[in-house]
Each structure stands twice: as C-alpha cells, then as structure tokens.
Ligand binder design. Structure first.
Ligand code: GCB
Length: 633
C-alpha cells in the first residue's frame, strides 16, 4: 500500500475506534438512592450506552443483540435524552435505546435476580443477553422484572438492553393530543428515557413483593392500630416454609408462617395496637422505624425497611382534619424538571426543591404524578404533606369513554397506593386533574371506580380530585365518591369559557357557590398562579408586579373562607411545558411555564416573598403540638 494512502487510513481507523466507545462493564454496588424497601438492591450506575432510533429501525436491525458499540454513545442513567432539545419533534417523542454491561455481584447459583426500574417514560422493552425479559407501559411508579435463570450469565458479563419509546398514544397517561397547528399538547415536557435510577436486586429463594403498613388512629387521644399486609413470593422451584416478623418502633411483630408453593405468592396480615402513639404532623414529624424480615426455612431471605408515621387524615364536617384537628394548609406544586437534566434529576436537586418549599413556609407538595420515593422520604422527615396524584391529566371525555383509559387510570391509582402508601406524608390519593368540568356518566364511572379501588386498598386516606374552577360548571353529583375537591382557579388570569373567570372579583362568590354545592367535602385550592418573567406595571399580565398582586389578592380571598382546608400555589419552580406555551402571558418564553415563584435557573421572583409572608403568617395546623412540646402520652 502506498504511504500516501496508509496515513489517511490509519487516521480513519483511529477515528472509528474513538467514535465507538468501548463498552465499559462494572459490578453494581449495594447502594440505594432512597431507603424504603428491601435490602439487596444494587444500583446500576456507572457507564451506560445510548443511541437514538428516530427511524424506529432498531428492532429490525437487532440493537438488542448488537455486540459492536458503533453508533452508541456513552451516557449515565437516569437520563432524559431530550433534556436539551426543545423542538416540536422532541415533544412528540421517539425511540431510544440504552445498554449496560455488568457482572452479577454474586456468582452463587442459589440467587435469583430481578431488575427494577423506578421510572421509564413511557414504553419499555427489556432484554438480557439478547433474551426478552419484560415490557412495561407508564412512568413515575417503579416496576420490576424477574430475570429468568436461563437468561443470566452468572460469571460472565451480562448485557442489559432497554428500548424506550416516548411517543404519546391515545390511551397513555397523559394521552397524546395536538393543537390546531399539530403541535403536541401536554401539561409538562415529554422527556424520553430512563428518568429514574435502575437497580439489580438479589433474591434468596423468597422475597417481598408488596409491603403495606397502614396506621389507623380513630381519635387524637386513642390508641392506634397498625395494619400490616405483606405479600411475599417464592421464586424457587420447591415449596418453602416462610415466616415474616420484625419491629414497629420497639414493638416486636410476628406476621406468622406459611408454606408457600414453588413460584407462588402468599400474603401475611397482622394488626398491632399502639397505645399512646407519638403522632406525626408537619409541626412534629415523628417517625417509627419499621423493620421486617422474611425467612425461608431457618435462614433470613431478606429484610425490608421503612419509616411509618401515626396520624389520621379525615374529612369531618366538610373540612380536612389532621389528628382530629382542622387544618388550613399552604403549599406548592412542582415538576421534577431541571434545565440541564430534564426529569432525570438527582437527590441534590430534590433536596433543593424541599429546602425551597420549606423556606417558603409550604407544608404540602403536589405534582401531577407520583414523585420519586426520595421526595416522599424527605417529606416524611420534614413534615411536608403530599397531595399524591396520578397522571390522569386533562383527559377529554371522548378518550375517557374508552374502557381501557378508565381501567388504566384506576390501575395506576392502585399501583400508586401500593408503591407509596407507607409514607405518612401522603395525605390523599388524587384520581386525576381537570377531566371535563362537566363530568357526565363517563367521568362519573371513572371517579367511582378509581375511588373504590383506592379505598379497598387504603381506607385510611381521603380520595381527592382537582377540577378546573369555573362558575358555569355548577354542582356535580358525579363527585359523590370523592372526599376532597381541589379547585384549580385562575380568576383574573385566564378568561375561561365565555370570559367567566376574567374578573377576579367574582372569585369570592364562586368559592361560596362551590361550598354550597359540596358542604360535606373538604375543599382546597389546588392551583392558583400567574405567569411572570419581567418587571413592569402591576396591571400588565406577565410582570412580577402583577404576580405579586395576584398572590396577595387570592390569598386575601381565601383568608375570608374559614371552611377552606388549604391552598397550593402553582408552581414553586419553572418547568418546561410544551412548544408554543404562553400560559396567558402576552410576552411568554415558550416552552417555559412561568407561573412559578422561582425561575428555571433558580432565581427567586419578588412573588416568592409575598407567598412566604402569607404562608408563614398562617396558622396552618392550629392546636397541633410542636416538636418537643408534645405532651407525654
Ligand atoms: C392547570 C393545569 C396545570 C397548568 C396550569 C396552567 O389547570 O392543571 O398543569 O400548568 O393550569 O398554568 O395553565
């Protein structure tokens, strides 16, 4: 070969080697980003590979079987592949592939392994060593697959491949939708990817599948009953003598023993009485350590840890009561969004959300979907309540008319109860947000179904729903299954249908009308807010001054309604919503939603201080003892 050709060829070869990263492999370490849950979880951190598949050819081209790294780039997980892409195409969604090479933390043949994803948006298909091991739909709630023994390499390198598709379909939560100009709609950015962390879990024959620890407190001074419902699974091919026992605080508990057949499940139930409990409340968030262990034969197969809190949340005489006393909550909503990472945020960012909310004087958080478990743990610890909602978001009645949508919604709620129900911070189960303001029989069916599902699994918490606040909506009998009605009110911001909410001075009368419709339900303001991205005249929408005035006016009105159970500002921090978003602001900065009191970069707007002044001056939990001052019980 002539020298003149050799050099460019060598250069090309060098380039190819650099472009195709070597597939790094590692051994996942025993590490968790949140504590609640079983032991033997191993974080699948380190290096992953990723490739986009915008032409959707990956399956045909066998990306799940590829050994070469050509076309793949290095990444880390969690990851939102379109965190930096604000285009219409990015919002519409596409397909992406993730790949991870790893060795098992133990070669022993006695173990089975499962793989756990905390959140993948939206459809996922998973392969191990080229063999399909599972598929899933839906983000925000963790899911797990058992890895078949035949797919595992005990001593070699295993290759995990995940195909993720985030194109929103009609029956997804939230469903697809388009503006008149064919731009995808949605209440928050459609980030694609493995948005929360992934774990490998080691199983020694028998393991926990669901653990429910639900304290019930009939009255402030009563003894509590703590109800345990623990389902275990025998992964092995032979029957096992299984027993479950542990502690609730310093109380020993024994859930009994049972013979569990091969590949079968068994549910253990037990109740204990706790006299003179230390009560959990935002003023005094007392927690009990709960430790459980499951034995197979005479060996401990696994342990499970969580923190529980004894408190009651009930609707009494049309008002929300915590531990038997009425509340007047002030809180904020949020999206788990970040300018660099999108929804693939880390615990440091979560800590910042919590710190900002606490500094504001907020004692309740709300989001349109179940938050990452770490949020719930921090909320338990710092005494923040959580309005826990599933992404049944603004679903039009023609879509809700499909049985599958109502069923998916009710199932999602069920999953949320099972996944997050042990957290004392969770105050209510919300079945959704702003379905049609005139519910009719279709929505009525969904509300009933979802409420029944949640109550059957967790009778200790109220069922809630956030509605769009319009005077024209009138009283609705379909809301009968609900305990708490959240009102999203934008009086004096949006005009609303036929301009009915353009004038803020009709807010007071409207709220009285809602009260008259639902005298026995607790009523909260689940949203109020005004976009703000600049200084300017107080009467000009979109200015900081307008936002301040809006906050002061609305909180002023709420203060005249002693029957209200609380109000949540929409939102704490800015987030990406969708292309062309204006949010009612004449000078918007799409795709950023700007009703927040902290901008996307983290700067506080003047309205933060207004909200804070009101929140700190409000006695949100009158009569509840503060930490340290609680009487001896
Ligand atoms: C709502 C929605 C929320 C929006 C907000 C707005 O009612 O629940 O997701 O971001 O209004 O700003 O329009």
């Amino acid at each position: 070969m002539p020298k003149t050709l050799l050099l460019p060829l060598l250069a090309l070869a060098a380039l190819l080697v650099c472009a195709a990263p070597a597939a790094a492999q590692d051994t996942p370490k025993r590490e968790v980003l949140y504590q609640h849950g079983p032991q033997n979880r191993y974080l699948m951190g380190g290096e992953w590979l990723f490739r986009l598949d915008t032409a959707n050819q990956g399956l045909r081209q066998g990306f799940h079987k590829q050994t070469s790294t050509a076309g793949w780039t290095k990444t880390t997980v969690p990851n939102a592949w379109n965190a930096q892409d604000q285009s219409v195409e990015s919002m519409r969604g596409t397909v992406g592939w993730y790949r991870k090479d790893f060795r098992l933390p133990s070669r022993s043949s006695r173990y089975d392994w499962t793989i756990r994803f905390e959140s993948v948006n939206y459809r996922s298909r998973v392969w191990l060593n080229g063999k399909p091991i599972g598929s899933h739909r839906g983000a925000y709630i963790g899911f797990e697959f058992r890895i078949p023994r035949s797919a595992l390499k005990r001593s070699g390198v295993n290759r995990l491949v995940v195909r993720v598709e985030n194109v929103r379909k009609t029956y997804d939560l939230p469903p697809s939708g388009f503006t008149r100009t064919s731009v995808p709609t949605g209440g928050w950015w459609n980030y694609g990817g493995i948005l929360r962390e992934v774990y490998l879990k080691r199983v020694d024959r028998v393991d926990f599948t669901t653990v429910q620890v639900l304290p019930d407190l009939p009255c402030r001074t009563c003894a509590a009953t703590v109800n345990f419902r623990v389902t275990v699974r025998n992964f092995s091919d032979s029957g096992q003598r299984v027993s479950v026992a542990g502690n609730f605080g310093d109380r020993r508990i024994n859930l009994g023993r049972a013979s569990v057949g091969p590949k079968s499940f068994h549910t253990f139930r037990e109740s204990i009485r706790v006299s003179q409990p230390r009560l959990w409340s935002p003023k005094s968030p007392s927690l009990y350590n709960v430790r459980l262990r499951v034995r197979a034969g005479d060996r401990v197969a696994n342990r499970y840890e969580l923190k529980s809190g004894i408190r009651s949340i009930k609707v009494v005489g049309g008002k929300l009561h915590l531990n038997g006393l009425p509340v007047n909550i002030r809180g904020v909503s949020l999206h788990e969004d970040d300018p660099q990472l999108g929804f693939a945020i880390n615990n440091q960012i979560r800590d910042k959300f919590i710190a900002d909310a606490r500094e504001l004087g907020a004692t309740m958080l709300r989001s349109h979907y179940p938050l990452h478990p770490y949020f719930h743990e921090q909320a338990d610890r710092y005494g923040l309540l959580v309005w826990s909602e599933i992404p049944m978001y603004a679903i039009k009645t023609d879509k809700l008319a499909s049985e599958i949508v109502r069923k998916t919604g009710a199932n999602e709620l069920r999953e949320n109860v099972l996944a997050n129900g042990n957290h004392p911070s969770i105050a209510m189960w919300s079945v959704g947000n702003e379905l049609s303001a005139r519910p009719g029989p279709v929505q009525g069916d969904y509300l009933r179904r979802a409420a029944n599902q949640a109550r059957a699994l967790d009778p200790t918490r109220p069922i809630a729903y956030a509605v769009a606040g319009y005077p024209g909506a009138g009283c609705q009998t379909e809301y009968k299954p609900l305990d708490v009605i959240g009102i999203n009110e934008y009086f004096g911001w949006y005009p609303g249908p036929n301009g009915q909410i353009a004038d803020r001075t009709v807010l007071s009368e409207y709220l009285d009308q809602v009260r008259a419709c639902y005298p026995d339900k607790a009523i909260m303001i689940t949203e109020f807010g005004a976009e703000a991205n600049r200084h300017g005249p107080v009467e000009e929408k979109g200015t900081y001054e307008f936002q301040q005035d809006f906050i002061n006016y609305h909180l002023g009105v709420y203060a005249t309604k002693p029957w209200l159970s609380g109000a949540l500002y929409w939102t704490l921090k800015e987030f990406r919503v969708r292309p062309e978003w204006d949010g009612g602001n004449p000078r918007p900065q799409p795709p950023i939603h700007q009703k927040a009191v902290i901008d996307f970069q983290g700067n506080r707007k003047p309205g933060f201080a207004d909200l804070q002044r009101h929140y700190l001056a409000t006695d949100q939990y009158p009569g509840q003892p503060a930490a340290g001052s609680s009487r001896r019980r």
